[in-house]
Design a protein around this ligand. Sequence first.
Ligand code: AMP
Length: 138
Amino acid sequence: MADTIFRRIIDGEVPCHKVYEDDKVLAFLDINPLSRGHTLVIPKEPAETLDQLSDESAAALGRVLPRICRAVIAATGVREYNVLENNGRGAHQAIPHVHFHIIPKPDREQGLGIGWPAKSLDAEEGRKLAEQIRAALT
Ligand code: AMP
C-alpha cells in the first residue's frame, strides 16, 4: 500500500477538514484551494489512477459525488464548478491516490483555468478509434 499523504489522512495520522465519510469514501477540503469550497473526494482503496480502481469503489464514489457537489454549492452559494480527476504525473497528478477535485467557479479569476487545444476529429480515424475502444471494453 503506497504511503501517500491521502493514505495517512484516511488512517487519521494527518488531520483534514473532513466533509464526508463512509466505509469506502472520504471527502475533505483541499489544503491549497483554487477557490473557496475546493473539496477532494477520494476512495479509501489505495488505487493510483482511476483505471486501477475497483467497480465497488467507483460505484461508491459515483453515488456520493453529486451529493457532495450539492453540499459545496449550498455552503458556498456558487452554482458553477468543475470536477477534475488527474491521472499520472504528466497529467498533473501530484499525489498517486485517486482523487476527484470539486472546484467552485465563482468568477473568471478564481477556480480552475483550463487550456483546451481542440482539433477536428477525422471521420475515418474516429471510426477506427471507436472500434478499438469498443473492442478493448469487451
Ligand atoms: P493533483 O494535482 O490532482 O494530484 O492534486 C493534489 C491536491 O492535493 C492538490 O490540490 C493539493 O493542494 C492537495 N493536497 C495535498 N496535500 C493535502 C493535504 N494534506 N490536505 C488536503 N489537500 C492536500
